[in-house]
Design a protein around this ligand. Sequence first.
Ligand SMILES: *Cc1c(COP(=O)(O)O)cnc(C)c1O
Length: 228
Amino acid sequence: MSIAENLALVNKDLAGFGARLILVTKMQPVSRLLEAYEAGQRAFGENLAQEMTEKHTQLPPDVEWHFVGHLQSNKVKSVAPYVGMIHSVDSLNLLKEINKQALKNDRIIKCLFQISIADEETKFGLGFDELVLLLRSEEFKALGNVRICGLMGIATNTSILRQIKDEFYELKTFFKSLAESFFQGDANFTELSMGMSGDYKIALEEGSTMVRLGSAIFGKRKKILHEN
Ligand SMILES: *Cc1c(COP(=O)(O)O)cnc(C)c1O
């Protein structure tokens, strides 16, 4: 099936849940991004700063760029002029750097906190308690050029559907409790970025507002050999 056909099928799934598709285009050539763009897709997600910046210069200006991978502080500067949303904020230091670069660009950058929900040590993210401490800090409260829009999480890569469901449920519960405490009355705190190609249907049932899909649209990513 073509990219356009896959997009249409997924969007039909999403419509009933009022969720948005962030099309994860990492490792895909620009020609395939343009194909998705022609089919009407505007929100693209990447996990490497350099790759995103290169693609950004080659796509129309109305593309919304979502950074979904682990972001190193020294890479913030390169994406700050144009990034639409950073899904992967996992420390106060990173958030401070995003704020600093946003200020330099005279922008407000939308951010999600990445929460560690998976049963795997390799996944980045803050623990529930860690985020609460961060939110209480005076340093956080002083940041005027970042807009906190919600939370992101990656479930364990497992075939045990019950476990995936429980992890998404925990994230949604935490999200709701923050919406009623730290973010009470804050109309920006609305996004729950959860669900990838293998588990997005479960994520939708658990209240996801943004699914991040790559292979469900493009097919399996090929392993590429790095030259260096
Ligand atoms: C690669 C990636 C995705 C998309 O993965 P698929 O399984 O291809 O849908 C989603 N989120 C993050 C953070 C990713 O790195």
